[in-house]
Design a protein around this ligand. Structure first.
Ligand code: F6R
Length: 360
């Protein structure tokens, strides 16, 4: 049941310290600076020359997060919408790894892409929450995120666990290909181990409710981010539109000036996510929106330069750039939750949506 919580969504947002701890349990070894992903045999990914991630919706945002982080680790990768895969899939061969990211393991679009990739000779892995799901049975290998059941239609805790598992998988792929761990792994692992506590801090001290209240009744809500902040901006906007029924849009920060800035007014609050990926550029982009009257809500650590100019601040603890977006995402989940709650929306069952989409 929902226990002390009014909604499953809120319960599941608050479960993230636990669900993330479960995801990484036994899979990292910070003392020895190693990933211990026993889900795969030694050297499994040594021959992988490129990686394609396929997924839909929130899982696609996690996939994009994983793909960008893999590119940052020097491995060629792309994230593709599973529902576009059948019409324009990039070629695959036996050195291509195709990773199907699906919470339920039953999304028809994602299963089609997985089957197509497998039929064409790719090595396939699914990153899923459900043991025994179709994706887990059909992929060559499965990596389980161990988030526990997610009842709210809006995906929350499964997103953070997917993103973390994809980050780990990416580091493992990079290590297998090089025969040694990536250089930045040593600083990443302790930060990863600290994530459950950091998320707890965000949950305990968040100003999301007052910010959702302050910007209630706006015309549209924009979310911007760069690098790993970009998928987080997309996810912030998807969650917002899904449960509030208000218009929201996520953009790569640098894209604002290439068109969307025309929409910006004093009635379009801009949530800017700062993850340490060229933040000074994102800050300039955000200021351009603010100059046009948009309220600027900075999602960043307390000592960040964005705090000086922002109209409001959602604080996240300092951590690795590889993980900061996940703390920012928790703040944005809370903003959406509170905005929907003020509007009295049926948060756990938004209109027109189903938890598992089994048709193409
Ligand atoms: C949004 C949401 C959907 C799912 C999408 C894929 O909150 O839940 O966008 O992420 O339908 O579902 P799975 O991950 O089960 O393949």
């Amino acid at each position: 049941g929902k226990g002390e919580y009014d909604h499953y969504m809120k319960k599941e947002i608050h479960e993230q310290p636990t669900s993330l701890a479960q995801a990484i349990e036994g899979r990292i070894d910070p003392e020895n600076g190693r990933i211990a992903l026993a889900d795969f045999g030694p050297g499994t990914f040594a021959d992988v020359s490129s990686v394609q991630f396929v997924a839909c919706g929130t899982s696609y945002h996690a996939a994009l997060y994983g793909s960008l982080s893999l590119n940052q680790a020097g491995v060629h990768s792309t994230a593709l919408l599973a529902n576009e895969y059948s019409v324009a899939a990039p070629p695959v061969d036996d050195e291509t790894l195709v990773v199907a990211v699906t919470q339920s393991g039953e999304t028809a679009d994602t299963l089609s892409a997985l089957r197509q990739a497998r039929a064409n000779g790719a090595y396939t892995v699914t990153v899923t929450n459900v043991v025994g799901s179709t994706a887990a049975r059909e992929a060559d290998d499965a990596l389980f995120i161990r988030a526990g059941p997610e009842i709210g239609v809006a995906a929350t805790k499964t997103f953070s666990s997917q993103a973390v598992m994809l980050t780990l998988l990416g580091q493992r792929i990079a290590a297998d290909r090089r025969g040694k761990p990536p250089a930045d792994l040593e600083s990443l692992l302790p930060d990863l181990a600290a994530m459950p506590d950091e998320i707890e801090r965000v949950l305990e001290s968040s100003d999301a409710a007052s910010i959702a209240d302050r910007y209630r009744g706006s015309r549209s809500y924009f979310f911007i981010g760069r690098g790993l902040g970009y998928p987080v901006a997309l996810e912030g906007a998807l969650k917002f539109k899904e449960i509030t029924y208000e218009h929201a849009e996520g953009f790569a920060s640098g894209e604002l000036k290439h068109g969307p800035l025309a929409l910006v007014t004093s009635e379009t609050p801009v949530f800017a996510v700062f993850t340490g990926d060229e933040d000074e550029k994102t800050l300039k982009n955000a200021e351009e929106a603010q100059t046009r009257g948009a309220p600027l809500i900075a999602v960043c650590p307390d000592d960040h330069p964005a705090v000086e100019i922002a109209d409001a601040h959602l604080e996240i603890p300092d951590t690795s750039a590889a993980l900061a977006g996940l703390l920012a995402n928790v703040q944005l989940q809370l903003v959406s939750y509170h905005a929907a709650n003020f509007l009295d929306r049926p948060i756990d069952k938004p209109r027109n949506l189903a938890k598992s989409v089994t048709v193409e």
